[in-house]
Write a protein that binds this ligand. Sequence first.
Ligand code: NAP
Length: 248
Amino acid sequence: MRVLLLGGTTEASQMAALLAGAGIDAIYSYAGRTKAPAAQPLPTRVGGFGGVVGLARYLSAAKITHVIDATHPFAAGMSTNAFEVCRDAGIALIRLEREPWAAGPGDRWTLVPRIEDIPTALPDTPARVFLAIGKQQIGLFATKPQHHYLLRLVDVPDAPLPLPDTTILLARGPFTTQGDTAVMQKHAITHVVAKNAGGTAARAKLDAARALGLPVIMANRPSLPGDITAKDGDDVMAWLHHGADRGV
Ligand code: NAP
């Protein structure tokens, strides 16, 4: 057995620890989006594979027998490529898929189908928006330049931001409700923007928004191909040991 773990998430780090602890021959793969990714207890490679063709070549050359897709639920490109290549090459694939978040009493969520729909769901009058959705989709908010945006990012942006009124907060999760409540109060936030990632690492901003009575604009997840999924690392380990070869 030789495993490729597609990572970039807190859950992938937990999975890496389980694989390393079990002595399983595995490689952790980062996309290379952050400048100093978290160290892993597994051999690590960094960077895109070069689409489906590159991934197919990589899996064959590295003699990978099992792929664990532990990428972020919004990383649809990588998940789709992994699904197509593994299906065609007959390589066992499982997606580590955390439960989406669900609104509870006291939450003021507006759900929108896609990230692209978030800016129009923001008000037209100037607001103070907490934008903790990573750097890739910041440009979408250029259509609402009247707002002040608090951007929480892992690295200092390489290029000028497409938004005129921003504050940048450099931080890496996991975050706490107490910490996020303090951040929102300090910056007088009126609206919180989120992607329905699920999991615990980025949950704090939703609990903080609830505590402060703030509205949250939340994008639903993209749908992904493939129906072999696991809810946590233990499920994946059981699949590796018992289910993978039977395709369950
Ligand atoms: P994406 O749109 O699905 O991926 C775009 C391309 O990036 C892929 O086609 C692949 O390039 C490369 N890539 C993505 N994940 C990779 C991995 N683990 N190892 C090697 N190459 C990878 O993904 P994304 O939304 O840009 O996210 C990039 C990474 O950040 C992912 O690993 C994801 O887990 C992590 N992340 C994403 C989010 C989010 O909100 N999207 C949040 C937290 C963490 P090639 O086609 O060249 O192979």
